[in-house]
Ligand binder design. Structure first.
Ligand SMILES: [Zn+2]
Length: 267
């Protein structure tokens, strides 16, 4: 068996493996995105909860301060009623005004904190509303990922074993070349040659559509390993041609012959 055929066998099994794994990878990516969104929500909720706690403490402090000032002012008013001199009265009045200002400031701070708390409360309830939905999405993404993993598990193991077995008989250098090409070109690591004229050994690389030199087509027909001169993919001939041509030596070039019936049928 030619190296090209050996590589093609590995390539085809590898393609199936990559196809199966890519479905699982897509499910894993979706799960990961959704989990990140959920974690973000949790983090935001944590920040909002902490800030709400602080705001509520502020409100309670300022309200306490307000009550304390109310009590002081009440006491002052009684003292003012029993003031004996105008000077004493005015001193109480000054003090009262100071308390009034402090009272207003405390009230303003409490109101400001209340406004912020209300905003934070609204955000928390928005997040809570979306949180359940997002949790459901994450759950179903997990199920989907697990289902896909279970579905392909046996087939992947089977193909991986098959691939390992096939790789054993492929020379290491060529195998390395295929691995590198698969990494860079994926499904186009190997491409069939599009035969335009079998007798004239004319063909195109079906990956990049560039013409393949006659010598390269001939080499390919004798079972040699040939890379596309343009895109570097490993070229192969479709199976039926492979089988037929591998037995024969390359047909001698006789210039442009009349196309065979088969070729006429193809055009
Ligand atoms: Zn090419």
């Amino acid at each position: 068996m030619s190296v090209t055929k050996q590589l093609l066998d590995v390539f085809r099994v590898d393609k199936q493996l990559r196809g199966l794994r890519s479905r699982l990878e897509a499910a894993e990516r979706f799960l990961s995105t959704q989990s990140t969104l959920l974690a973000d929500m949790e983090r935001q909720k944590g920040i909002l909860d902490a800030s709400l706690k602080q705001l509520r403490a502020t409100i309670s402090n300022e309200e306490g301060e307000g009550k304390r000032l109310d009590a002081r002012m009440e006491a002052l008013r009684e003292q003012m009623n029993s003031a004996k001199t105008a000077k004493e009265y005015n001193a109480f009045l000054t003090e009262l005004n100071t308390y009034k200002e402090q009272r207003t400031a405390a009230e303003e701070r409490a109101l400001e904190a209340m406004g912020k708390a209300e905003e934070a409360d609204k955000k928390v309830s928005d997040i809570n509303g979306q949180f359940g939905e997002r949790q459901k999405i994450v759950e179903s993404a997990k199920t989907d990922r697990d289902t896909k993993a279970a579905e392909i598990k046996d087939r992947v193991a089977e193909l991986a074993a098959q691939r390992a077995e096939l790789v054993k008989s492929v020379p290491a250098t060529q195998m390395q070349m295929l691995e590198t090409l698969i990494k860079s070109r994926g499904d186009e690591a190997m491409s069939p040659i599009e035969v335009l004229d079998r007798r004239a050994h004319e063909g195109n690389c079906s990956a990049c559509m560039m013409a393949i030199p006659v010598e390269a087509v001939s080499a390919l027909m004798t079972g040699k390993l040939v890379n596309c001169p343009s895109c570097r993919c490993i070229l192969f001939m479709e199976e039926q041609i492979f089988a037929a041509e591998a037995k024969k030596k390359p047909a001698p070039k006789k210039g442009k012959a009349k196309p065979s019936e088969e070729e006429v049928a193809k055009t």
